[in-house]
Design a protein around this ligand. Structure first.
Ligand code: ATP
Length: 225
């Protein structure tokens, strides 16, 4: 069953059309990558799905319920969660405090364990590496059913990247994931389906294999892999 149905979504900022009739469906339990050039509308799409921005037209249905005009603090409670490109944790609070402050769960222990946060639970926000900060924000986002991950791999070093892939793989066993990713190889490794967004429009959707076989997609959006 579809967990998310986005239909004919439009959003402009002044004269700039960021989303132009975006339509797609996510099946429950799948991992989906969204790729496309800078300014394609990827972050705006996340903003409209979560209700941070209200679209000008079109609908967003989550679990069969219309959430198009539901604000983000409510969609988060309903189970639509995201990470941000800029990772935000409170510097003066420990990992455990950061998590318990923002957590909706009474016992976030399991997610902390999965993301190897137990061993750094008393480390302060200001002392965390980028990778650790990303794992804290991932733990918070992972309390939902649908996780929208915005460039979680950016800035990670070559040892951290495969570890992050393992974390996402583990989360993908329990959640539905949509990830914005500029590293095509990583995106294709993780994803069941790939959507190419350009100029606010869905240009292509398919499995990673289908994308790689499509010469036009390879030339225009993928390049060398
Ligand atoms: P990137 O890969 O660089 O993050 P993106 O695909 O996420 O890009 P968006 O950030 O969604 O693209 O931007 C799509 C278009 O909408 C861009 O032209 C951008 O300048 C514009 N835009 C997005 N948010 C706003 C805003 N709050 N105000 C004005 N213009 C905006």
């Amino acid at each position: 069953m579809a967990i998310l149905e986005v239909t004919e979504l439009n959003r402009s900022f002044g004269g700039i059309v960021a989303l132009d009739g975006v339509t797609f469906t996510l099946e429950r339990g799948t991992t989906n990558a969204i790729i496309g050039p800078n300014g394609a509308g990827k972050t705006t799409l996340f903003n409209c799905i979560t209700g941070y921005h209200i679209p000008d037209g079109g609908t967003v249905e989550f679990d069969g319920e219309d959430i198009t005009t539901v604000p983000d603090y409510k969609t988060a409670r309903q189970g639509v969660r995201r990470t941000f490109q800029e990772v935000d944790v409170f510097d003066e609070l420990t990992v455990a405090e950061n998590i318990s402050l923002a957590s909706f769960e009474s016992d976030p222990e399991e997610l902390m364990e999965l993301l190897d946060l137990i061993e750094i639970h008393d480390k302060e926000g200001s002392e965390l590496t980028l990778f650790e900060r990303k794992r804290v924000s991932l733990a918070l986002a992972s309390e939902g059913d649908l996780l929208l991950l915005d460039e979680v791999f950016s800035g990670l070093n070559p040892t951290e990247k495969p570890e992050m892939i393992d974390y996402i793989d583990a989360l993908a066993e329990r959640k539905t994931i949509m990830l914005i990713e500029h590293d095509i190889e990583t995106a294709f490794n993780l994803a069941d389906t790939v959507t190419v967004l350009a100029q606010g429009q869905v240009m292509h959707t398919g499995t990673p294999e289908e994308m790689l076989e499509d010469e036009q997609v390879r030339e225009e959006y993928i390049g060398e892999m």
